[in-house]
Design a protein around this ligand. Structure first.
Ligand code: BES
Ligand code: MN
Ligand code: ZN
Length: 507
C-alpha cells in the first residue's frame, strides 16, 4: 500500500480530483461532512442519506458511482456515527477500517480518503494519519509466506492519498506512520514464521540485514563469547537445544556521540517448550511467539532507521531455544549470572528472566539514559490485563514514576497501551532461595510481579522499565497471528525522546 498527502483548496477541489474513489463521511443525524458537502452539488449524497440507503452509523458504507459534478469514478460514503462537532475515536477507527475493507473489493487502484482527520475527539491529525496507514498495512498483510499455494493477491486500491493540509507536520507524521507500519510488518513476519525457520541464527541474520539496509552497527556474539562474558544464566537456557544461541547488539547512533543511548532489550526465545519443566501439549505451537520481545526490538529498529531518528538507540537481544534433553538444565540447578548473583532454577519454564538478566547486566556497559526490556514473560500477565494492555513495571521512585508516565503516554498516543503493575520489596521477598541468592520463580501469587521483581535485581545501575507483552504480542484462535505490538509504543516513546532532546539542546 502506497500513501501520500493531497491538499485541496478552492481552486484544486475534491470534486475535480481524478481518482478511482473518494471516501467522505456522513453522520447519523443525516449531516454531511465538509468534503461530502463539496461532492453533493447534484444532491445525490443527501438523497442517499434521506432514503435510508446509508444510516451514518459508524462503520457503515455505501458506494455511489458516477456522481454528477464529481470527477472521481466513485464516491464511498462512510458512516462516522453521531456528529456533535467532533468524531469519537471509536467511530473514526471503525469508519477507517470499513473504508479500507470497501477499497479492497473495488475495481479501483487509487483512492482519496477525505474523512474528517482533524476532527477526532482528543486526537490530532498525526494520530488519524497513523490510524489510516496501520489499517492499510493490516489489510494487505499476508501470512502465506510458508504456503505452497499463495493466498489470492490483494485486490482493489493500492494507492491512497490522504486529504489533509500538506504541512511539514503532516508530511512528517505520514513518514513516521509508514516507518512504524513497516516496522510492525517485520515484527509480525518474524513472529508468525515457524520456529524451525525462525531460529536464533535467523534473528541474527535479520539484524545483520537491517544493519546493511539502515547502516546500523550490528554485532552477534556466539556461545564462546557468551561463556567468556560469564553469561551462565542465559547459557543455562540453551543447554538442551541443538540450535546455537545468539546475542545480538544492533546500534542506531543517530544522536550526538556523547548522548547516552536508549537501550531496548528483547527476549528472543524462538521456541519455549518449558524445558524439563515441560509445558502441556495443547497450544504449545504458540510458543514460537516467545521471541516477540526480540521481534519488536528489531521492528522498532527498522522503524527508527527508516525515520533516521536523531537519537542513539541500542537494541540488545538474547536469543535461544528452551528445549528438554539429556543436557538440559534441571530443576534445582544453580547458576551464576553475569553480575555475580547466583540463581536456583526451580522451574526451567521461567526461562525468560534467565536470558534477560544477563542481557540487562550487559546493558550497563552502554551507560544508558534508560533501559527498556520487552518480553513475553508471564502467562499471569494475560490473567491480569487480558489482551488489551501490556504490563508495565518500573521501580517506585520519582525518576521511574516519570518514566512510567512517559511510556504510558507514548502507548496511549500510539493506540498501543500499557498498564502499570507493581514491583517492590514484598515481591522480591517471594524469590528467596535456601541455596542461592535468588530463585527463578516466586512463591505463589503475583507471578508477573515476581518475574519483574527478579529482573529488577539486575537493573540497579540505571533507569529501567519492563514491558510484559505476553497478552499483546499475538492473537490466538481463528485470528492466530502476531500483532506487531509494542512497536507503535516503542517507536512513539523514541520519537518523544528525540523531540525532548531537540528541545533541551535548543534551550
Ligand atoms: N513464555 C512464557 C510466558 C507465556 C505463557 C507467554 C503463555 C504467553 C502465553 C514464559 O517463559 C513462561 O513459561 N512463564 C511461566 C512462568 C512460571 C513458570 C513462573 C508462566 O507464565 O507460566
Ligand atoms: Mn517458559
Ligand atoms: Zn518463555
Amino acid at each position: 500500500m502506497d500513501f501520500s498527502i493531497k491538499a485541496f483548496d478552492t481552486k484544486n477541489t475534491i470534486a475535480s480530483a481524478k481518482t478511482g474513489v473518494v471516501a467522505v463521511a456522513v453522520f447519523e443525524n443525516k449531516k454531511l461532512s465538509q468534503a461530502a458537502k463539496a461532492l453533493d452539488g447534484s444532491g445525490e449524497i443527501s438523497a442517499a442519506l434521506k432514503s435510508g440507503d446509508i444510516t451514518g452509523k459508524a462503520g457503515t458504507t455505501l458506494l455511489l458511482r458516477g456522481v454528477q459534478g464529481v470527477t472521481a469514478e466513485r464516491v464511498l460514503l462512510v458512516g462516522l456515527g453521531s456528529d456533535d462537532g467532533a468524531v469519537s475515536e471509536k467511530s473514526f477507527v471503525s469508519g477507517v477500517s470499513a473504508t479500507i475493507k470497501a477499497f479492497g473489493a473495488l475495481g479501483a487502484s487509487d483512492a482519496i480518503i477525505a474523512l474528517p482527520m482533524t476532527e477526532v475527539k482528543e486526537r490530532d491529525v498525526n494520530w488519524a494519519i497513523r490510524c489510516v496507514v496501520q489499517a492499510g498495512h493490516e489489510a494487505v498483510f499476508r501470512t502465506d509466506g510458508q504456503k505452497s499455494k499463495k493466498d489470492p493477491a490483494p485486490a482493489g486500491v493500492k494507492k491512497i492519498a490522504l486529504a489533509v493540509p500538506a504541512t511539514g507536520e503532516t508530511k512528517l507524521a505520514l513518514a513516521q506512520a509508514v516507518a512504524i507500519a513497516n516496522g510492525m510488518d517485520l515484527t509480525k513476519e518474524l513472529g508468525n514464521l515457524s520456529a524451525n525457520i525462525c531460529t536464533p541464527t535467523h534473528l541474527a541474520n535479520t539484524a545483520r540485514q537491517l544493519g546493511k539496509d539502515y547502516k546500523f552497527d550490528v554485532e552477534v556474539l556466539d556461545r564462546k563469547q557468551l561463556e567468556a562474558l560469564k553469561m551462565n544464566s542465559f547459557l543455562s537456557v540453551t543447554n538442551g537445544s541443538e540450535q546455537p544461541p545468539k546475542f545480538i547488539i544492533i546500534k542506531h547512533m543517530g544522536g550526538k556521540a556523547k548522548d547516552a543511548p536508549v537501550v531496548l532489550v528483547g527476549k528472543g526465545i524462538t521456541f519455549d517448550t518449558g524445558g524439563i519443566s515441560l509445558k502441556a501439549g495443547p497450544g504449545m505451537d504458540e510458543m514460537k511467539y516467545d521471541m516477540g520481545g526480540a521481534a519488536s526490538v528489531l521492528g522498532t529498529m527498522r522503524a527508527i532507521g527508516e525515520m533516521n531518528l536523531k537519537l542513539n538507540v541500542i537494541g540488545v537481544i538474547a536469543s535461544c531455544e528452551n528445549m528438554p534433553s539429556g543436557r538440559a538444565t534441571k530443576p534445582g540447578d544453580i547458576v551464576t549470572s553475569m553480575n555475580g548473583l547466583t540463581i536456583e532454577i526451580l522451574n526451567t519454564d521461567a526461562e525468560g528472566r534467565l536470558v534477560l538478566c544477563d542481557a540487562l547486566t550487559y546493558a550497563e556497559r552502554f551507560n544508558p539514559a534508560v533501559v527498556l526490556d520487552v518480553a513475553t514473560l508471564t502467562g499471569a500477565c494475560i490473567v491480569a490485563l487480558g489482551h488489551h494492555k501490556s504490563g508495565l513495571f518500573t521501580r517506585d521512585d520519582d525518576a521511574h514514576n516519570a518514566l512510567a508516565d512517559e511510556i504510558m503516554a507514548a502507548g496511549k498516543a500510539a493506540g498501543d497501551t500499557a498498564w502499570r503493575l507493581p514491583i517492590g520489596e514484598e515481591y522480591n521477598e517471594q524469590l528467596k532461595s535456601n541455596f542461592a541468592d535468588l530463585a527463578n520463580i516466586g512463591s505463589p501469587g503475583g507471578a508477573s510481579c515476581t518475574a519483574a521483581a527478579f529482573l529488577e535485581n539486575f537493573t540497579r545501575k540505571y533507569t529501567w522499565a519492563h514491558l510484559d507483552i505476553a497478552g499483546t504480542a499475538w492473537k490466538s484462535g481463528g485470528a492466530k497471528g502476531a500483532t506487531g505490538r509494542p512497536v507503535p509504543l516503542l517507536s512513539n516513546f523514541l520519537i518523544g525522546r528525540t523531540e525532548r532532546t531537540a528541545r533541551t539542546t535548543r534551550n
